[in-house]
Design a protein around this ligand. Structure first.
Ligand SMILES: *[C@@H]1O[C@H](CO)[C@@H](O)[C@H](O)[C@H]1NC(C)=O
Ligand SMILES: *[C@@H]1O[C@H](CO)[C@@H](O)[C@H](O)[C@H]1NC(C)=O
Ligand SMILES: *[C@@H]1O[C@H](CO)[C@@H](O)[C@H](O)[C@H]1NC(C)=O
Ligand SMILES: *[C@@H]1O[C@H](CO)[C@@H](O)[C@H](O)[C@H]1NC(C)=O
Length: 261
């Protein structure tokens, strides 16, 4: 069902005017800081919403950070956060996470991402931003200054087609599909209107390319809390535009760096 925009909902789409304090200034990661394949988590660390070292944080701290920085409810990222706890193998990592550990292929990191290459046979860079891949999204919606569910869904379709054509080891099950679609709905909602899923290109591009909140360009955290309920209709549209088909039925079971079943 197409989502109906009520005047009530539009009326509540007033942006927060809360200033971002000095403690949340953008500071690029130091070489010793841990960062992940996820631009959202890296951005939280680059602004000090997550500890800037990117190491040793709890799921609760992560959930508080996404709420504070993005006005994102905890439920939409709960499953990914739980998976994240499988990324380590020592005792402390059962309750604390490290961004670098999330590089682990096929845990929550996945093929055919918007901004990273595929892991492939281990020679691919699945961790760092690469304009070559991001240009697929950057070239969508020519002539207008926003991305929407169509742009996001078609990007997923095209990135996956490229992975299937070039990466004989591509993993593309329902799990990766759900992760990709959730991530797309998140960048549209966080950097745009969480009801229509329309987001200024300028903000989304800065987020991916610099892992920075585009505050000085005019972005403000949404006043409306982003929840599973607001994300679902946008995700459904994205999924439709992506024309997705599974490559495999089951994903490899990743239980840590040295445990793959
Ligand atoms: C992680 O943080 C906890 C709580 O702040 C602290 O007790 C622990 O020593 C830290 N571990 C590392 C490896 O820094
Ligand atoms: C890994 O994949 C790359 C890119 O497809 C290829 O150039 C390279 O030869 C492969 N290496 C091995 C060891 O299979
Ligand atoms: C998505 O596709 C399904 C199946 O064709 C359709 O029922 C649904 O209305 C579509 N949803 C959106 C938001 O386009
Ligand atoms: C997925 O399969 C359907 C049905 O075979 C096909 O129409 C569609 O083009 C496929 N999607 C892509 C992206 O190839």
């Amino acid at each position: 069902m197409r989502f109906q925009i009520s005047t009530f909902v539009l009326a509540t789409l007033v942006f927060s005017t809360q200033a971002i304090g000095a403690s949340h200034k953008f500071m690029p990661a130091k070489p010793t800081d841990a960062r992940s394949p996820c631009p959202g988590l890296n951005t939280l660390a680059n602004h000090g919403y997550l500890r800037r070292s990117g190491s040793n944080f709890t799921i609760e701290e992560l959930m508080d950070a996404t709420k504070e920085a993005f006005n994102l409810d905890w439920a939409p990222i709960l499953v990914a956060a739980k998976f994240g706890l499988l990324s380590g193998e020592d005792r402390s990592s059962f309750s604390r996470m490290n961004l670098k550990a999330l590089n682990l292929h096929n845990l929550i990191e996945h093929d055919a991402s918007v901004s990273r290459g595929d892991f492939g046979n281990g020679t691919g860079d699945n961790v760092h931003f690469d304009e070559k891949f991001f240009s697929v999204l950057a070239n969508k919606n020519p002539g207008v200054d926003y991305y929407n569910a169509r742009a996001a869904g078609e990007t997923q379709r095209d990135r996956l087609a490229h992975s299937i054509a070039t990466n004989p080891l591509v993993v593309n099950t329902r799990k990766e599909f759900l992760l990709r679609s959730r991530e797309s709905a998140l960048y549209l909602s966080i950097f745009g209107n969480p009801i229509t899923g329309v987001a200024p290109k300028k903000y989304v591009n800065i987020f991916f390319r610099e892992e920075r909140l585009p505050i000085k360009e005019g972005w403000k955290k949404n006043k409306k809390l982003i929840t599973v309920e607001t994300l679902s209709p946008i995700e459904e549209e994205i999924r439709n535009f992506s024309e997705w088909n599974a490559t495999q039925a089951c994903e490899p079971l990743i239980l840590g760096p040295s445990l793959t079943l």
